[in-house]
Design a protein around this ligand. Structure first.
Ligand SMILES: *[C@@H]1O[C@H](CO)[C@@H](O)[C@H](O)[C@H]1NC(C)=O
Ligand SMILES: *[C@@H]1O[C@H](CO)[C@@H](O)[C@H](O)[C@H]1NC(C)=O
Ligand SMILES: *[C@@H]1O[C@H](CO)[C@@H](O)[C@H](O)[C@H]1NC(C)=O
Ligand SMILES: *[C@@H]1O[C@H](CO)[C@@H](O)[C@H](O)[C@H]1NC(C)=O
Ligand SMILES: *[C@@H]1O[C@H](CO)[C@@H](O)[C@H](O)[C@H]1NC(C)=O
Ligand SMILES: *[C@@H]1O[C@H](CO)[C@@H](O)[C@H](O)[C@H]1NC(C)=O
Length: 935
């Protein structure tokens, strides 16, 4: 599932958007000692569930509630059990009974406990012990509520073509919200079969994981839809949808959405079945044999995550499923195809075979993310998604994994709702997929596949722990070392290493040693070591295609010497195509020679992924104090001749961190510097989209224009304003792929008229992807009154809850100046923000996001005052604020101590580049930098 959503201010910091999770906000400080788990001595095998949701105005007081009854077949697997413990949340019980299944004999219930508000557990206590050789049926009658928080069985709203508000009922059960729809053994390990019937208004349809067996009108306006029994499955992938949506497709594969969005379902319907076929070939396990008999892909107007893989009924935020040629960018289109691959991949990895507990969330999300790129790549090879993976996924998670608070991929101790949220961070997704990619290159594609096919067969309809996966790889692994032992290093330990390479014996050999990479020396255990699958080439070989492991670097602090045979190398470059999860640092001789190669013709034939790697590594080695900034700057000078998307993507990530640290004061020096580096790239991409150009050129244009305009490139700003003017005056639409840059520039440079024009377009827009682009661009306003008015709008009903955090981040990530304007607003309006999100956790993470951009002592003090005054109101989320304070102090100190060489260099460029005009403020933040995680 899920996805989150982070507006990444260009930095992939993976914190969960908790905007939908007020329910998990307890202030219990003893959370660690709470037992959230239920005993597995009693296990369910089947649920029969009847639900009646009330969605219509005519339902009166019952509107937005539902009635339910459930009969759970279960069995005791241990003697003398007199207590049945299961989960429920936010429901009112009106009856409980227990019977022997076959005989029908009634068992006396002595009492039923209240549902615990922290753990959601409750117990049914019996006078006599359960027998272990027969099935029982435990039944409940109850009623529940349909909330706005996008969890459990919830309501979602849209306005139809007649202007009427329509409420539909949808579900989101991952990770622990099935218990809000029916009492259940609500952990992934308790697999069972499910039989649903849903009573609903006749002008709505009900769909669920399986096909209906009957649809019967029981009164004039009421229909009951009954569904086939599901295969054996976990509660979190159960789903149903009660709506008046319109479907596109045949009986096997249907894409369904609001009737007004019907046109936007065509693309998903075209690519969905093709992606499914690719996955069927990959797994050698046809989806049609899973037992669902059909596949629905549903776009839900309000959706907390990005998408959810419910078996046979995938649900999506509209931006993850719907595509409109005139309003969606090519990147939006790639995202749709990618998210479909991701969720389809889960039908095997997650649904058929399920992680035993959320501490192993990566066992499914790593695969989802892997297929998102590599399955889509098989369908659309010209999009080069196998390469985009490196900058989007691998490089972005490396930051987070080298800071305090990073946790390992496998974390079986995860238990509380906050822990479960955390398991859906970039570690499980990005790092998980990165480790899978590394494994593939160690094993070969065919053996990797064979191992996965065996893993699926061995564990179908069951749950697994990581060792089950490693065992399957073991069967096929013929490479160096022991794959199971190697993978444990990367999944059970946090972090990753930097390797240090020195040329020896006049270039006839080199030495290599490792150390854990940490961005802050106090950020974690620096002594961790890893078995590293090493790949490398030299200037003599210049082979950037061979990604086979050459040696496994042992878990040792000592140097390993590698003989280069009869070569005399000028440079060695390790981590070919960045297939490994580590950084590389070199001695001065190698860095000098790499630099010379980069500025030579064709960048010395160094592969674009290794150029992106070098860029990302030097930024971060500089930041960690492992490489002098003079050297970092010197190597990055090569960007003057770089026009490729991938190295520039890495560069934008690196420069945005430095630009943030420079703050308002030093920004004037940064502008001529960055515009000087960008000039060639700017000329190469221009403003004009060319139908026949490569995808990565289109993406590169979006980024380069955002940066150039943000930092006041005269021609970029002028063209953007002109384009926006014809958009306003002549309704001439802006070419969709450059909208983020053009809108943002026009809003920043413009006034009320430009702002209102775009806001009105947002209000009338039928395509959510375009809505998000607009919301982000409106945050580029550099006028404080305007920006504060906009923040009021963001927090109002005019913006869907699911989009509020993205829109909010857009306001303070758009420029250094806006940081203070937004911080002022937050100080005066924190209660309003809290209530808009109904979440202290979201408020804390918004403040954390703003504080991560603080650069001055005044800002730090004002945060300190805010924290002192309001800490207690935040309950357990006060810790987010205290760690934000700590980061601000560290960042200010770091900038003072470490950035001087960089600032000095910027000043020297500024002095010699007086011809470049320095415009006002800037912005950036293309929709491009909105990253989503999903389930
Ligand atoms: C509930 O039943 C159990 C088992 O019969 C008993 O030990 C317990 O005291 C009862 N609790 C209440 C509140 O009646
Ligand atoms: C049930 O009701 C719906 C909506 O009123 C109608 O379209 C449908 O034909 C009815 N089905 C039967 C079998 O009467
Ligand atoms: C059925 O719906 C129609 C139109 O909404 C309404 O006029 C009528 O009263 C409803 N009938 C019943 C039995 O609820
Ligand atoms: C030595 O060089 C020759 C040609 O330059 C090459 O064919 C051979 O493979 C090299 N030997 C080793 C051990 O690298
Ligand atoms: C579009 O790009 C292709 C190659 O990518 C090039 O041959 C063609 O000249 C370009 N067309 C325009 C109008 O720039
Ligand atoms: C700022 O925006 C407000 C509200 O839109 C407007 O009234 C005011 O004139 C603007 N100020 C400037 C300097 O443009």
């Amino acid at each position: 599932m899920k996805q989150i959503y982070l507006l990444l201010c260009l930095l992939a910091i993976g914190f969960r958007n908790n905007n939908a999770a007020p329910a998990s906000e307890t202030t219990d400080s003893n959370r660690q000692s709470v037992d959230y788990r239920i005993p597995d001595t009693i296990r369910p095998s089947n649920y029969r569930i009847s639900l009646t949701p009330y969605l219509l105005a005519s339902d009166g007081a019952k509107r937005f509630t539902f009635d339910g009854s459930v009969a759970i077949t279960l069995r005791a697997y241990s003697a003398n059990l007199k207590t049945i413990t299961l989960h429920a949340k936010d429901m009112t019980f009106s009856g409980t009974s227990l019977k022997e299944k076959i005989s029908g004999n009634v068992i006396t219930i002595s009492n039923q406990t209240e549902v615990d508000l922290i753990t959601d557990k409750f117990s049914v206590n019996l006078d006599t012990a359960l027998k272990t050789d027969i099935d029982y049926v435990l039944a409940f009658n109850y009623s529940g509520k349909m909330g706005d928080d996008m969890e459990g069985f919830y309501k979602s709203k849209y306005t139809n073509a007649k202007g009427e508000e329509v409420y539909i009922g949808s579900t989101q059960f991952e990770t622990h919200h099935a218990r809000r729809a029916f009492p259940s053994f609500d952990e992934p390990k308790f697999k069972a079969t499910f039989q649903f019937d849903i009573t609903h208004p006749s002008h709505f349809d009900a769909i669920s994981n399986t096909l209906p067996t009957s649809v019967i009108n029981i009164t004039t306006n009421t229909t009951i839809t009954t569904f086939k029994e599901t295969p054996i499955m976990s509660t979190f992938i159960v789903a149903f949808l009660v709506s008046d949506f319109r479907g596109r497709g045949d009986k096997d594969f249907i894409v369904i959405a609001r009737p007004e969005a019907y046109d936007q379902t065509e693309y998903a319907y075209n690519v969905g079945p093709k992606l499914l076929k690719i996955l069927e070939a990959f797994t050698n396990y046809p989806y049609s044999t899973h037992g669902l008999e059909k596949m629905h892909l549903a776009g839900i107007p309000d959706f907390a995550a990005g998408a959810m893989e419910n078996w046979g009924l995938l649900t999506y935020r509209e931006t993850g499923l719907l595509y409109d040629k005139s309003a969606s960018t090519l990147l939006n289109q790639q995202r749709v195809a990618g998210v479909i691959s991701h969720e389809l991949g889960h039908q095997w990895f997650g649904n058929l075979v399920t992680c035993d507990w959320w501490g192993y969330t990566w066992l499914k999300e790593a695969f989802g993310r892997y297929f998102q790129y590599f399955t889509t790549h098989e369908l659309e090879p010209t999009w080069e998604m196998e390469k985009q993976f490196v900058v989007d996924q691998l490089q972005s998670v490396m930051n987070m994994d080298s800071l305090a608070g990073a946790t390992p991929l496998s974390d079986p101790s995860a238990a509380s709702p906050d822990d479960l949220s955390r398991m859906f961070n970039s570690i499980s997704y990005n790092k998980g997929a990165t480790i899978l990619r590394m494994t593939k290159h160690m094993m070969s594609e065919s053996k990797f596949r064979a191992g996965l096919q065996k893993y699926l067969k061995d564990n179908e309809y069951d749950t697994t722990v990581p060792q089950d996966l490693f065992n399957a790889f073991d069967e096929y692994y013929t490479g160096l070392g022991n794959i199971s032992s190697i993978l444990k290093d990367w999944t059970e330990q946090v972090g990753y290493p930097v390797i240090n390479i020195k040329l020896t014996n006049n270039g006839k050999s080199f030495t290599v040693s490792q150390k854990r990479f940490l961005l802050r020396s106090d950020a974690g255990d620096a002594s961790l070591l890893y078995q590293i699958p090493l790949t490398y080439t030299t200037d003599v070989e210049s082979n950037f295609e061979n990604t086979n492991t050459k040696i496994i670097l042992p878990k040792s602090t000592s140097e390993t010497t590698i003989d280069l045979g009869n070569q005399t190398a000028k440079w060695v470059i390790a981590n070919i195509q960045e297939v490994g999860y580590y950084r590389v640092n070199y001695d001065d001789t190698i860095w000098d020679n790499i630099r010379k190669a980069l500025v030579s013709a064709n960048h010395g034939k160094i592969h674009e992924l290794n150029r992106a790697q070098i860029v990302d590594d030097v930024f971060n080695l500089g930041r960690a104090g492992l490489l002098k900034y003079e050297r970092v700057i010197q190597i990055l000078e090569y960007l003057k001749s770089e026009t490729h998307y991938l190295p520039w993507y890495a560069a934008f990530q690196g420069y945005s961190y430095l630009a943030i640290r420079l703050g308002v004061t030093n920004e004037k020096y940064f502008k001529p510097y960055i515009l000087g580096l960008l000039d060639n790239a700017y000329k190469s991409v221009g403003f004009t989209y060319n139908q026949t150009e490569k995808r990565l050129v289109t993406y590169c244009r979006a980024n380069v224009l955002s940066w150039a305009c943000k930092y006041g490139h005269t021609n970029c700003v002028k063209q953007s304003k002109d384009i926006y003017k014809s958009f306003m005056d002549e309704s001439k639409p802006v070419e969709v792929n450059i909208r983020a840059a053009v809108y943002c520039t026009a809003i920043r440079e413009g006034g009320e008229q430009e702002f209102n024009f775009l806001w009105n377009k947002y209000r009338g827009e039928n395509v959510q992807a375009e809505q998000v682009t607009i919301l982000t661009a409106l945050g580029c306003s550099s006028n404080k009154t305007q920006l504060h008015k906009y923040l009021d709008l963001i927090l109002s009903d005019a913006v869907r809850l699911q989009d509020r955090q993205t829109a909010f981040s857009g306001t303070y990530t758009s420029s250094a100046e806006n940081v203070n304007m937004v911080w002022e607003y937050v100080q005066d309006n924190y209660k309003k923000i809290q209530s808009s999100f109904d979440s202290w956790s979201t408020l804390a993470s918004i403040i954390n996001g703003i504080a991560s951009r603080f650069t001055t002592e005044e800002q730090r003090k004002s945060l300190q005052t805010f924290v002192d005054n309001h800490k207690t109101e935040f309950g357990s989320y006060a810790s987010t604020l205290t760690s934000a304070l700590d980061s601000v102090a560290f960042n200010i100190k770091w900038a003072t101590e470490s950035m001087k060489p960089f600032v000095d260099h910027l000043k020297s460029v500024g002095d010699s580049a007086t011809t470049i005009p320095i415009s006002t403020v800037l912005v950036l933040v293309t929709s491009y930098f909105v990253a989503f995680l999903f389930n």
